[in-house]
Design a protein around this ligand. Structure first.
Ligand code: HEM
Length: 485
């Protein structure tokens, strides 16, 4: 007997012939009793699960987070315990708008999703490679994404839809400026930064709250592709970022990022000229400097892409004691959206999939549901309170109360919000080459868009910086005098 394993059906029975189906005579029709053939075809029909509604194309790897600096005065989270402490983690990077087969090098924001398997539960930081976002009210998220996906009739991506939405949404200007800068075309996934983007909270042992922003600075350095390089690259290799990440890790060239945080004392939130919970704003580093925390290293490729990366379920609601949420309404809505998406995409018991399974004991009263494979709690009590020693809640994990006030209403989120200042600051920070790249890229993307939309958008660029508006207008052959107010 050779050592080669014997092929079996899913039920474990040996398969006698995997080359020829069973027929009535050599030319005859198939027989229902060829159960191996029927099972094989039926399983194949079910190989695809729904792709993520956004961020469908992605690459991922496992790694380690190591603490390099003590930040225990801000947070009691055990992941940030002693200097030198290591925690296993998983990362998935993605483009946002393209489908599962999209070309990696395209201009887009990149997803930067992280899952840290801490001893107190999974901490997921589901961010992007940009510190801000296009919108600040989650009610607009489906509209925004529809405008970036395909036109319902032509089934083509549409500059008209994109710029129509953005020109009606001036809060997008800051992120649009980043997207069309060189940062919108990272050379590889290793050569970009990551950001938690939202404001989160830290809670320390004294139960004090701080507001916090997370930054992952690439230790490979920022590198980007030019428009020409992207066009050439996509023509040659649609999987350039997947290939680069996989190969680097296979070769032992492990990419690293330095985690830094910005900390804002809780009371400062009342004092800044911007709303610190507004996802379209950054916190000036001069006011809130970066503090080093640790290093994230990706050092293990998944053995099986589908098992670990396609089935990975990142969810901003996964926090641990010492890390909490903030009033950012975008974040608040994401606390619902991701679990809901996973239940649809992977099923209600998706936390049992090894990539998503916490590496600490889980004690809950949730039972049953499709594909429950973990013993379902065995004979343990299924309700609480009970008299049989079932798990109980722990008041020591309560966060300090958060003062909230105001009448319930649909408040105009644009009122009193300056959508132009930080976008203009970013433009002014660019050198001449970077400005030219930005203006060329924007004008290229706006080419062919109806003129009224172009004029409305130029009005926004002008308000951010005169040279910004003039640069786009002149490239489109328009006069700034005609820009919409
Ligand atoms: C993926 C919703 C804003 C980063 C997703 C998915 C949904 C979603 C439904 C697919 C999840 C899945 O099927 O696994 C939303 C909603 C938002 C929002 C409703 C706002 C109202 C954001 C923001 C960021 C972000 C602001 C970054 C700062 C990501 C990333 C993924 C993702 C990185 C891919 C995660 C992965 O790799 O599996 N989002 N999103 N999203 N989102 Fe969002």
């Amino acid at each position: 007997m050779s050592d080669t394993p014997r092929l079996t059906t899913a039920g474990g029975a040996p398969v006698a012939d995997n080359q020829n189906s069973m027929t009535a005579g050599p030319r005859g029709p198939l027989l229902m009793q060829d159960v191996h053939l029927i099972e094989k075809l039926a399983h194949f029909n079910r190989e695809r699960i729904p792709e993520r509604v956004v961020h469908a194309k992605g690459s991922g790897a496992f790694g380690t987070f190591t603490v390099t600096n003590d930040i225990s005065k801000y947070t009691k989270a055990k992941i940030f315990g002693d200097v030198g402490k290591k925690t296993e983690m998983l990362a998935r990077f993605s483009t946002v708008a393209g489908e599962a087969g999209a070309a990696d090098a395209e201009r887009d924001v990149r997803g930067f999703a992280l899952k840290f398997y801490t001893e107190e539960g999974n901490w997921d930081l589901v961010g992007n490679n940009t510190p801000v976002f296009f919108i600040r009210d989650p009610l607009k998220f489906p509209d925004f994404i529809h405008s970036q996906k395909r036109d319902p009739k032509s089934h083509l991506r549409s500059g008209t839809m994109q710029w129509d939405f953005w020109s009606h949404s001036p809060e997008s200007l800051h992120q649009v400026t980043i997207l069309f800068s060189e940062r919108g075309q990272p050379k590889t996934l290793r050569h970009m930064n990551g950001y938690g983007s939202h404001t989160y909270s830290f809670i320390n042992e004294e139960n004090e709250r701080f507001w916090v922003k997370f930054h992952f600075k690439t230790m490979q350095g920022i590198e980007t592709n030019s428009g020409d390089e992207v066009a050439k690259l996509i023509g040659e290799d649609r999987e350039s970022h997947q290939r680069d990440l996989f190969t680097s890790i296979e070769e032992g060239n492990y990419p690293k990022w330095r985690l830094m945080v910005q900390i804002m004392p809780e009371a400062d939130a009342e004092k800044t000229w911007y709303n610190p919970f507004d996802l379209t704003k950054v916190w000036p580093h001069g006011d809130y400097p970066l503090i080093e925390v640790g290093i994230m290293e990706l050092n293990r490729n998944p053995e099986n892409y589908f098992a670990d990366i396609e089935q990975a379920a990142f969810e901003p609601n996964n926090t641990v004691p010492g890390i909490g949420f903030s009033p950012d309404k975008m974040l608040q809505s994401r606390l619902f959206a991701y679990q809901d998406a996973h239940r649809y995409r992977l099923g209600v018991n998706y936390t049992q999939i090894p990539a998503n399974k916490p590496r600490c004991p889980v004690h809950s009263y949730q039972r049953d549901g499709a594909m429950r494979v973990d013993g379902n709690g065995g004979a343990a009590p299924v309700y609480e309170p009970n008299s049989f020693g079932g798990p109980v809640d722990g008041a020591r994990f309560k966060e300090p109360p958060l003062k909230i006030s105001g009448d319930a209403d649909h408040y105009d989120h644009r009122e009193g919000n300056d959508d132009y200042r930080q976008a203009g600051d970013l433009f002014r920070l660019m050198n001449e080459v970077q400005k030219t790249h930005l203006l060329d890229a924007i004008a290229g993307a706006m080419n062919g868009v109806p003129e009224d939309i172009q004029r409305r958008q130029i009005g926004h660029f002008l308000k951010a910086d005169k040279a910004y508006g003039e640069g786009v207008a002149s490239r489109l052959g328009l006069s700034v005098a005609d820009a919409a107010e």
